[in-house]
Design a protein around this ligand. Sequence first.
Ligand code: NOJ
Ligand code: CA
Length: 507
Amino acid sequence: MSRPWWQDGVIYQIYPRSFADSNADGIGDLEGIRRKLDYLEWLGVDGIWLNPINPSPNKDWGYDVSDYTDVHPDLGDMATLERLVEEAGERGIRILLDIVPNHSSDQHAWFADSRSSRDARYRDWYVWADGKDGGPPNNWQSVFGGPTWTYDERTGQWYLHNFLPEQPDLNWWTEGVWEAFDDILRFWFDRGIAGFRIDVAHGIVNDKELRDDPPDPEHEGRVKPVYSMNRPETHEVFRRWRKICEEYDPARLLVGETHVLDPVVMASYYGDGDELQLAFNFACVYAPFEADPLRSVVEQTEAAIPERGWPVWTLSNHDVIRFPTRWAGGDPDKIRCALFVLLLLRGTPVLYYGDEIGLEQQEVPEERELDFAGDRDGARTPMRWSAGPGHGFTSKDVEPWLPFGTGTDVESQRDDPDSILSLCRALLAARREREELRSGAYASMSAPECVWAWRRGDSHAVALNLGADAATVDVSGMILVGTRRDRDGEDVSGLTLGPYEGALVQL
Ligand code: NOJ
Ligand code: CA
């Protein structure tokens, strides 16, 4: 049986408000993305994941959805989306959307009805409970700080929100909620959407009895989300959704934001090959940029993911500090090594827009901050396509919704064979050309301290020196792609790497 497209492919995450602005209002949009399809095809990606595109009051920038089956007017309309899906498809690129099943916006019609009276039709679509001893129903804590409960005067009860008060949790103990999401999935799949990234995948179901969470021994004053999240019933949601995915040809893809740090728990979301096809690996995102810890995360992941599962790797996203800053501190050599990690392990890589040019986290001045959580804005700034006013993102006299920041851009790297963009493209091309780089097994190789080396299949090896001193690793063959491109094509017998140098070698 041939492998599904996403096992061989590379996914590219786009934050739609920040990719390309087609109508000069300073906000990136779907038409802007469509106009960049040639670029994405040239880069060599196979799928695009769009952060939420649904109507939203944007209290949490799209993660507070007020209508699950429409498009936010800032971003375009349904016709533009359909055109994007179609024209991407002509280039062999599939479109994935973001789905937010844990909570809706408080402006969603369901919640407006739910809060209107205790016997409203949608009352039990959200989690309502009586307070205890003059306070909230239990001790659960919001991911964004403070209690997960807000008292609603109108009906004299509290409602649950694991995130902002404007993001009330849906009640997955109500059958109607399951049916509504079945319909939402089908609505988009019928329109050619290739799958979903699932927001807060591990947190969809809450404990039915609302039991108190235990204290977190590692974080003073915090509780561990044992009952507010990570419930076993969540797996049933994914088994049900997976069946819906399999009704389509090609089968639709579920990628979970499984924000759990234990690789074994993360791997549980693959089920028995009957839940998520991909579960994001946050242990890797949060690992330090050092050989031993990274090797160990990868080994643990490889061991934990069941036979029918498939790893997925990402280093940046809209919630964390971009890796060229977090891991590399802006050092181009380190950025290059990090891209080798992302693109040469066994599994599906997910590039965040800008990763391919080594775009750094941007400073957003306080008066321009839009996100309540502060530093996330710096990972969401407009793509820097070129130098000069507008940066190829918007018209030259338009102020973008978030500032451009500083640094590199696509145009200045595009024709430079030694650029990070050219390196990224070379690695994507190597993956396409060489079966082993897509499907070959991962095996750690012995290596000196600070060097991480691994084999892919029988005839490829990757070695990265993540230390400040030169080191030699027992690898012989021909360098296919080096972080130092002047070494491409070099025959080596024992591979000596300078500080923060890496190479992909054909053995
Ligand atoms: C995870 C999303 O990636 C993040 O941006 C959002 O704030 C929370 N989930 C809540 O939806
Ligand atoms: Ca726009």
